[in-house]
Design a protein around this ligand. Structure first.
Ligand SMILES: *Cc1c(COP(=O)(O)O)cnc(C)c1O
Length: 404
């Protein structure tokens, strides 16, 4: 049975409005995830930067921010950098990805995942996702490696392109942990380093391991729309002391420590997070638990509101995982993908008309011009899911009374 698209949109819209404790309008829209510093010490911390003159890429707030990230995630080391894309580029460089290499990654992600690979002169190689977590599929990864990869002189080479395969790069989508324990086994079998894009997964756990800490190194983003924001920012997470030290060195122009001399021993980057931004991050991390609780409560309200709505389902927290519920996702379940797409379009139109700024999931990366010629296995699941998914307003402050 197909559901009438306009009436499906209306029912879904009612359910959303029932959950969101505020009414939106064209003039007062509600976005998917908005920064909010009320109830934090952001003013005090930022004022300290201005009063002391420590506004740039060193200072006590950067160190405190890194320590807070370590204590939240259980990582031995965190290195704060200027954004999540830079964090990924640095992480990939540190595990040896370079010009002409291929990196295995999912096509359903924010474009920055593939861009970070390209920034190193390497090539994204797309492998399909699985529909429960929307993350890289361990079975598809095994199949793809078995069909194209070959061991040659200590390297893994793509027989079809002749390029070295240098790393596996799973992404934890919308705060839901990918099946990274299984992915790690596959990567280990082939001797490939695993780098996790945990940009959306601060405070998300698979079992008792925080996202980003399964493989060699993981990365976070603190962009304005993420769970917590530093304005712009990112971090590397690792339990490898040598890797963390190298990350610090390369992100600060590879300058050898000395009171006055400018001696640099590698081509480094200027990637560190300014103290001002770190101060904002500290203020939000102080308040993280309360924000996570509010987001969990919001996600539960959505579950209740959608319990009887036909034609859609909410993406669930994966088994044995703790998601941060960064974005609550709705999946249109109509059998025919074209029906699902029509229903989604109707909902987007009617929601935007009343200032509810819902967004569909990203367009798959292999459909974008710069990645259309990238190597890829079958991407059937990614193609199907990309037509069905849409995200709902998920800011913690949407819970009524959050700031009182
Ligand atoms: C946000 C995001 C990034 C990039 O982070 P920026 O801080 O915006 O550079 C990378 N990957 C994913 C999955 C993201 O959501």
């Amino acid at each position: 049975m197909t559901i009438d698209a306009p009436s499906c949109a209306e029912t879904v819209l009612e359910a959303i409005q029932q959950v969101v404790g505020f009414s939106s309008s064209k003039d007062q829209p509600i976005a998917l995830h908005e920064p909010d510093f009320r109830g934090t010490k952001a003013w005090t911390y930022v004022k300290d930067c201005l009063d002391t003159g420590w506004v740039s890429t060193a200072g006590q707030w950067v160190s405190r921010f890194e320590q807070q990230i370590c204590s939240i995630t259980g990582a031995d080391h965190a290195v704060a950098v200027s954004n999540g894309t830079v964090a990924l580029r640095l992480a990939l460089h540190l595990v040896g990805v370079g010009r002409g290499d291929e990196v295995l990654l999912p096509p359903l992600s924010f474009v920055a995942t593939a861009n970070a690979v390209s920034h190193l002169g390497a090539v994204p190689h797309f492998v399909d996702i699985e529909p429960t977590t929307l993350g890289l599929c361990p079975v598809a990864l095994v199949d793809r490696l078995n069909s194209v990869a070959e061991r040659r002189q200590g390297c893994i080479v793509n027989k079809e392109t002749g390029r070295r395969i240098a790393a596996v790069l799973p992404v934890h989508i919308f705060g839901h942990p990918a099946q990274v324990d299984e992915l790690l086994k596959v990567a280990d079998t082939w001797g490939l380093p695993l780098v996790e894009d945990a940009a959306e997964a601060l405070a998300s756990w698979r079992g008792d391991v925080h996202c980003g800490l399964f493989g060699s190194v993981g990365t976070l983003s603190f962009n304005g729309n993420k769970l917590i924001t530093t304005g712009g920012g990112g971090a590397l997470l690792t339990n490898n002391a040598a890797l963390a030290q190298r990350a610090r060195h390369l992100s600060t122009t590879a300058k050898q420590p000395h009171p006055w001399a400018f001696d640099h021993d590698a081509v480094g980057w200027n990637d560190r997070l300014p103290n001002l931004n770190a101060a904002l991050g500290c203020a939000q991390l102080d308040d993280l638990v309360r924000r996570l609780d509010a987001k969990r409560a919001l996600a539960e309200r959505y579950v209740q509101a959608f319990a009887d709505v036909e034609g859609v389902e909410l993406l669930e927290e994966p088994l044995d995982c703790r998601s941060n519920h960064w974005l609550v996702s709705l999946r249109f379940t109509a059998e025919d993908p074209l029906d699902a797409q029509t229903e989604r379009l109707h909902l987007l139109e009617s929601a935007h008309a009343v200032g509810l700024l819902l967004r569909p999931v990203w367009s798959p990366l292999h459909q974008m011009p710069m990645y259309a010629a990238s190597p890829a296995g079958s991407l059937a699941t990614a193609d199907i899911q990309a037509q069905r998914l849409l995200n709902l307003p998920s800011s913690p402050q949407l819970i009524k009374g959050f700031f009182t």
